[in-house]
Design a protein around this ligand. Structure first.
Ligand SMILES: Cc1cc2nc3c(=O)[nH]c(=O)nc-3n(C[C@H](O)[C@H](O)[C@H](O)COP(=O)(O)OP(=O)(O)OC[C@H]3O[C@@H](n4cnc5c(N)ncnc54)[C@H](O)[C@@H]3O)c2cc1C
Length: 422
């Protein structure tokens, strides 16, 4: 259904939240002709999300490219993110095939660099009005659909009407809550702490992840020579860990296989973290409303995928709704298209993440795939494509890949078995 002609619109689209998802959606929708109000509750244009380890997986690359941000990211020192993963069977080290194409990559870039960059890009895009210090506090409704927002601003309360209201306001989305969008919440069995370091070299200069079953850790080299280190232990360890946060963090890192040498490095931030970080899945649309980024789906930080999905969902929303949002199509049908794409692309990933968030050791299928990927270069590349979210769970666990992993493991067992006595 199109918005009634009688309704007065200040904008075509009003977006709550000028983080990654909101800024990307504003740029992409405005380029397709929409008049966009981009509301951000914080007044500082340099504000950024502190609780993030900011490794943007390769699925983010095409959107960053479309946004025109790649040259600016490279200039700002963003690090192309190759990685190695430690498992109990050894390291998985994805490399491009000899004479094959380069492995797809994303970027490690601090949010203090990335958030102001994308927000200022949005502010400079013709058709976008960035309204800082505007916090969405209510929705404007007409005949059962949302037709705008109410916001507190430095000038007082404001009402802003638009055909489409977008909630890009993070995991505690005000838009989703005000619209009472159905949501599911899943417990996370791990807690996490992170800190930034200088002079902390990593082998090969690449990102590291440690799968310690059930604990996790990772280390990412970033712009300006800063390395971010994160530990994600099982929640059972939390009371003891908190008794001496600094000591526990350092001890955890020192005990990692091929541990980063933190004692010789300089810690340049506090150790910050989260003791309870549930996963959320929300219905991504309601009449007159779309949710993108964490507002629609908050994954487990462990997998480092939320930034990529924030950018991708902004792109999917734009493709589905740009025409209708500018009065050239049926908005409800466009929103249904967006919802379908969102579900198709992310539900499988989220279900796996929800299960792994129970802080359990690897299940038999994971044991099969992870162990084989330590031995076989093509399976390591396959693992990289899945970790980068360039393929979904069904392709990752396709029968050919499972068969190949089984053969690799059987051959390895035979080759390493002690000789039988005759
Ligand atoms: C510890 C941790 C580590 C992580 N590490 C990674 C990683 O390595 N890689 C990765 O890809 N992802 C990671 N993530 C996830 C990632 O941080 C999020 O998925 C991503 O920030 C989502 O972007 P977003 O734009 O949807 O939301 P946000 O970045 O949260 O932006 C929301 C914006 O909305 C604004 N806002 C909120 N409420 C209102 C309101 N009422 N009115 C107006 N504005 C409002 C906020 O101020 C903010 O600017 C991590 C998360 C955590 C917790």
């Amino acid at each position: 259904m199109a918005t009634p002609e009688s309704a007065v619109q200040d904008y075509d689209v009003v977006i709550s939240g000028a983080g990654l998802a909101g800024s990307a959606a504003a740029i992409l929708l405005a380029r397709r002709g929409a008049r966009v109000a981009l509301l951000e509750r914080r007044s500082d244009p340099e504000a950024y999300k502190v609780l993030c380890t900011h490794s943007l997986t390769a699925c983010a690359y095409p959107v960053l490219d479309e946004l025109g941000l790649i040259p600016a990211l490279e200039k700002a020192g963003a690090v192309r993110n190759a990685a190695r993963w430690h498992t109990r069977w050894g390291w998985i080290e994805p490399r491009s095939a000899p004479a094959g194409p380069e492995l797809p990559y994303g970027y490690n870039i601090r949010r203090s660099t990335l958030d102001p960059l994308i927000r200022s890009h949005a502010a400079q895009t013709p058709g976008v009005d960035l309204l800082l210090g505007h916090q969405v506090t209510g929705l404007v409704r007409d005949a059962g659909r949302t037709v705008g927002v109410r916001a507190s601003s430095p000038q007082g309360e404001r009402e802003i009407r638009a055909r489409l209201v977008v909630g890009a306001d993070g995991k505690d989305s005000a838009v989703a809550k005000l619209a009472e969008v159905p949501a599911r919440r899943y417990e996370n069995g791990r807690f996490g702490y992170l800190a930034h370091f200088r002079d902390l070299p990593l082998p090969g200069g690449v990102s590291h992840a440690w799968f310690l079953e059930p604990d996790m850790a990772y280390a990412f080299p970033n712009d300006d020579g800063v390395t971010v280190l994160a530990v994600l232990p099982d929640k059972k360890r939390l009371p003891a860990f908190r008794e001496d946060l600094e000591g526990s963090f350092a001890a955890f890192v020192r005990a990692l296989p091929e541990a980063p040498p933190i004692d010789a490095a300089e810690r340049i931030t506090k150790i910050t973290g989260m003791v309870d970080y549930p996963l959320h899945t929300r219905k991504p649309t309601a009449p007159g409303i779309a949710l993108i980024g964490d507002a629609a789906l908050t994954g487990d930080p462990l997998w480092g995928v939320g930034c990529g999905w924030a950018l991708q969902s902004a792109h999917w929303l734009t493709e589905a709704t740009a025409a209708a949002a500018t009065g050239r199509g049926d908005l409800d049908r466009s929103l249904a298209l967006y919802a379908r794409r969102h579900r198709r692309r992310l539900t499988g990933h989220q279900l796996l993440a929800v299960d792994f968030a129970r802080s359990r050791p690897f299940n038999p299928v994971e044991r099969l795939m992870f162990s084989a990927a330590t031995l076989d270069a093509s399976l390591a590349r396959h693992m990289h494509l899945f970790g980068s979210r360039l393929i979904g769970p069904l392709r990752f666990l396709n029968p050919l890949a499972l068969a190949k992993a089984s053969v690799v493991n059987i051959k390895h067992l035979r080759a390493t078995a002690p000789p039988t006595r005759s």
